[in-house]
Design a protein around this ligand. Structure first.
Ligand code: NAD
Length: 277
């Protein structure tokens, strides 16, 4: 079964399942990406902060898959939030990927308390979008109050909001807020970097369906309608994480997994995180 796509508000289609490359060492990234494309992934989620965009580009070229058949997302690095820095960073991202366009570019973090207001950064993103070399723009780690300021003070709605979501952090309020504003939710750390895989609720459902715990959790995200991109460099897991479209969770399994929510982050809180590399 093939990966469904989700239509962004501007009509661009994004594959619902992708391959994340956070913490993939730069020197291993080309191999990991080429391998994921061989398995069938057609959506890669990288970021300037991950320092592996060159490897992503090289992996795509090496795979023989047409650039036009791969959806590439990258993210503006913290510390480059000023207009001029953001425009230069976008050009550098294209150069490092070795491509003439990006499918989706995100503001990685809102960065409260730094000396650049994220509204200025978003206006730079609007300029990048207007330049025609980026098919869609969005944000990551934005809370509802950050988004409300963008709605009030800028023109273009973010096409996506990429946020931490997994069974221990279901994020139903922010997901609903996104949906109410035609913003697609993308989820990061979908299996909480492995932390949710031993949960008895999840292992029991996995046994009943003869699937792995990771597949059950990833399928839960898919059925909630979110975009998901698990990370692994182990070929068997890369294959396992791709096999999500030939089984289904019933309503009671969906509800049991959502019921595990305990508001627990594995990553930083967007309202306080202001790390600049
Ligand atoms: P994840 O939840 O995808 O977990 C990845 C880890 O889980 C791997 O290192 C591996 O050890 C383990 N794993 C993967 N597949 C497995 C399987 N089938 N069985 C058992 N263990 C398995 O965490 P992540 O890498 O943090 O998130 C995924 C992607 O989300 C990243 O690669 C990145 O693209 C994105 N991300 C974005 C942000 C952001 O701020 N926007 C932050 C973190 C991650």
């Amino acid at each position: 079964a093939s990966v469904p796509t989700i239509r962004l508000t501007n009509g661009v289609e994004i594959p619902q399942l992708g391959f994340g490359v956070y913490q993939v060492p730069p020197e291993d990234t080309a191999d990991a990406v080429a391998s994921a494309l061989e398995v069938g992934y057609r959506h890669i989620d990288t970021a300037e902060m991950y320092r592996n965009e060159k490897g992503v580009g090289e992996g795509i070229r090496r795979s023989g898959v047409d650039r036009g058949d791969v959806f590439i997302t990258s993210k503006l690095n913290n510390g480059l939030h000023r207009r001029d820095d953001a425009l230069r960073a976008f050009d550098q991202t294209l150069a490092d990927l070795g491509t003439d366009h990006l499918d989706l570019f995100l503001v990685h973090w809102p960065l409260p308390g730094i000396d650049v207001d994220y509204v200025e950064t978003w206006k730079a993103m609007e300029e990048i979008y207007a330049g025609g070399r980026c098919r869609a723009i969005g944000v990551s780690n934005f809370q509802a109050h950050h988004l409300r300021r963008l709605f009030a003070e800028t023109e273009v709605r973010p096409a996506v909001n990429q946020i931490e979501v997994h069974p221990y952090l279901a994020q139903d309020d922010l997901r609903a807020f996104n949906a109410d504003h035609e913003i697609v939710t993308e989820v990061w750390s979908p299996i909480a970097q492995g932390k949710v895989l031993d949960d008895p609720v999840i292992t029991t459902i996995a046994e009943q369906l003869d699937r792995t715990p990771a597949q059950v959790v990833l399928r839960w995200h898919v059925q909630r309608g979110d975009v998901v991109f698990p990370k692994s460099v182990t070929r068997s897991r890369v294959e396992e994480n791709f096999a999500l479209f030939d089984f289904e969770l019933d309503e009671s399994a969906m509800a049991a997994i959502t019921g595990l929510d305990r508001g627990e982050r594995t990553g930083p809180d967007p309202d306080t995180f202001n790390y600049i590399p």
